[in-house]
Design a protein. Sequence first.
Length: 233
Amino acid sequence: MTYRILYRATCQSFAREGNAGRSFSSVLQEVQSSWQFAVPASSGLLDAFAGEQEVQVRQAYLDVCSHLDKFCFFLSALRPYQRLAAAGGDAALCWLRRSLGHLLQELDKSLLQLRQASLALMQAAKKQLQDLAKRLPSATDVEVQWMKQLRFVDEPRLSELHRACAEQAAQVSSLTSAAREVELKLAAKEGLQQIASAFLSADFQARCSLALPDRLALDMRELAGRTPAAISN
């Protein structure tokens, strides 16, 4: 939720500066270039972060925005896989293991980079908070307001969300591993053998009032002894 609020606020800020309709990445690149030296007054940055010596802090903020954009993009790219998993189960995901694995690697990387950039940004913010606290009587209204708003950053929740996302990605990876594919093949073979055995049993055929279709008995026997390849790459 905190990441989503930051992402939305950043998009709205860029839109107010006349960037509506442009891609987020292109606007971010332009802002990164303009923030290298002279920071415009319309940037919304606290004066303490607008100086030339604070380039790294500004870069940390832009890194958070960039990695958050990548994470959201790769996360949305998983939606088709989610629909396929709902329709075809784990077998469908195993069949798409190669492309899904690459996507999960990109997701993991962007999540890690987002976490690192967030920690760097919060470290800079806390340092500024300590500096302001030392000269609180002379702090401006804007600085006091910034100090108050900083308490809304829920760091424990951010850590919890990071762990949850990482665990979910690891779980999906385990469901599409080669070992999992072997398990699915064995389970599918066992299930097909059970179906074929039941279909070919004397009890089943004794209760059938209709003649079996041509080659059905032979097909059932072949099916019972065949290793399914439906989920092979």
